[in-house]
Design a binder for this molecule. Structure first.
Ligand code: BV8
Length: 222
């Protein structure tokens, strides 16, 4: 069976990584939509780097949980495409062989000047020179609000080919990720939502498992 899984911040919550809703969308009294945008970076690159340096340090300290590990097991028995909105690397560290980071990754650095990518330092600064062009325009390799998510062709294809589409720990508030369940249903897939609570797109799912990810994901995978 071909399974396409979409995960959000909720799958990493029990690893101690705060979700966006848990911070009610705020960080250092800035709206995340203001910090996680190209305009926010232009306005105050040091603030944006502080935001991501903090999250990179949090992610480095966190450990994959039972939900990450259960998804890795699922891939041993089925053809699984794992798409995540998360920018941490807990899926990889939990054993998932292939992870599509549609919103980028804390582990990546990007030159806002020439587009060169390289592995991020734990603490990143805007003035770090790009190893390729030398310009001091280093930004996190993250897809901000208003930017085009990565790997969308591959993601649409995996959703259209899926027999089963599962969304785990996502509030369904951010597009195009939030529209994937409806797209899966339109293409004939069964859909299941695993979450602590209803999401903004629960209506798009034919099945729901309610509870913390470390409980409902291993049960669902079993
Ligand atoms: C795009 C990286 C076009 C940053 C993120 C006006 C102007 C410009 C754009 C727009 C606009 N209006 C709408 C848009 C589109 C916009 C959008 O959707 N905005 C929203 C706010 C309305 N989207 C974009 O801009 C996207 N780009 O549209 O380009 C396009 C479209 C299609 C094709 C080509 C081009 C880019 C969006 C990406 C933004 N970057 N992340 C960073 O991470 O710092 S989004 C960021 O927020 C996350 O990555 C994630 O996607 C989102 C938060 O969502 P969740 O992961 O769901 O987390 P959340 O906290 O919300 O929810 C947690 C869930 O977990 C809850 O349901 C909770 O119940 C559950 N939970 C908690 N604990 C547990 C649990 N579940 C289980 N167990 C637990 N223990």
């Amino acid at each position: 069976m071909r399974i396409t899984v979409l995960t959000g911040a909720g799958i990493s919550a029990e690893s101690g990584i705060r979700t966006f809703r848990a911070t009610d969308g705020l960080w250092e009294s800035h709206r995340i939509e203001d910090v996680a945008t190209p305009q926010g970076f232009q306005r105050d690159p040091a603030l944006v780097h502080r935001f991501y340096n903090q999250r990179r340090a949090d992610a480095a300290r966190a450990q994959p949980n039972l939900a990450h590990r259960a998804l890795a097991r699922l891939a041993e028995h089925h053809r699984v495409t794992l798409v995540t909105q998360n920018v941490d690397d807990l899926h990889e560290r939990g054993g998932s062989p292939e992870v599509i980071h549609m919103h980028g990754s804390l582990l990546g650095a990007l030159c806002a000047g020439c587009g060169h990518r390289w592995p991020a330092a734990l603490v990143m600064r805007a003035l770090d020179p790009c190893p390729s062009c030398g310009k001091p325009q280093t930004r996190p390799d993250i897809v901000w609000f208003g930017e085009i998510p990565y790997h969308m062709e591959r993601i649409w294809e995996a959703v259209e080919q899926a027999d089963l589409f599962a969304a785990i720990g996502t509030s369904g508030l951010v597009y195009p990720a939030a529209g994937l369940a409806q797209h899966a249903r339109r293409n004939g897939a069964e859909t299941v939502e695993l979450n602590l609570a209803a999401s903004a797109v629960s209506r798009d799912f034919t099945d729901r498992r309610t509870g913390p990810a470390t409980e409902v994901v291993p049960q669902w995978v079993a």
